[in-house]
Design a protein around this ligand. Sequence first.
Ligand SMILES: [Zn+2]
Length: 408
Amino acid sequence: MQLGYGFRLYPNGPQRSALARAFGCARVVFNDALCVREDARAAGLPFVTSGELSKRLTASKKTPERAWLAEVSSVILQQSLRDLDTAYRNFFDGLKGKRPKMGPPRFKSRKDTRQAIRFTANAGWEITPGGKLRLPKVGDVTVKWSRMLPSVPTTVTVIKDSAERYFASFVVETGPEDVLAPVTPEVGIDLGLGHFAVLSDGRKIDSPRFLRRAEKRLKKAQRNLSRKARGSNNRNKARLTVARAHARVADARREFHHQLSTQLIRENQAIAVEDLAVKGLARTHLAKSVHDAGWSQFVTMLEYKATRYGRTFVRIGRFEPTSQVCSACGTKDGPKPLHVRQWTCAECGAVLDRDINAAVNVAKAAGLAVTACRARVRPGLLPAPREETGTHPEPHTTTARQRGIAPL
Ligand SMILES: [Zn+2]
């Protein structure tokens, strides 16, 4: 399968200028090509083919108005045309109902928050023996290598985000050598509302402290921005601070999702999650917590890591409200208001924790072998208060309490 590996880049002054030029050229080629196709459509002419666009690009480089396109690698300009084709294909597939509907390709702007260019294998980019990223017509850019690349990448995308940071995203092919040795445990995961995730083995996991801290900083930066006068210099400065704080929250969240998903994939042979159709939930009062929790990003990671490491991943539909069924005996005893966190099954007498009961039901619905007894709570014992729970990136350095294991 193909995987993307992202690393921070630190281009120097001249390299930043060269990259700005490349972003600009890629954008102009994209917009020119979009213009050609839209004009043809407006005139009732047939769809302009990629081959034709490519010919026009070569011709335009010889005109004085577009001569500067020759200053950047021609591969990224060709990639720009590929990107436009992809945008059109996605749009047409959406119209045909093959994928979720999306708008037609839009013109790119210099003010877009994300600028990107793509170098394929034939662009002649390389990783130098000294560990720099050599980009044609840009130079040797410093990379912060935060992890190992599992194999030689074929494509690199250089991105500049709204916080004015640069990244390289490498596309890497992974093979069967990644498959992990089989293990016995299987687990169901429920998206808790009080917790980030609740596992059928009884663990309740909260966002780690580094993420909560980044979120606090973001809130502060946003408050600060709202106090600045419109159009002022200070407001622009504050806006960049907010963009940076935003980026840090997104990074910290992604890091947390990576750590947790890797840990769960290592520990379990099979993993089941409930498909929450986040889109439906996003319109309710649960919107913020669901959105902030980034559940879908996390589930996507679990899914591709399961494929990569040879584990089973099951996404179950919304079969029935998981809180209405006793995970011990299967009795359905009706809905319970949200504030009810614990109850006793009238049929079998099991004392059930709402979240863990749901996680066990998710696992059972997916046909996983989990023991229902985990959902039971001994009367008189309550799960640890929120401040004391939460997962830690390195499980071997944490106690059961820090990892958020509910007292059973
Ligand atoms: Zn029961």
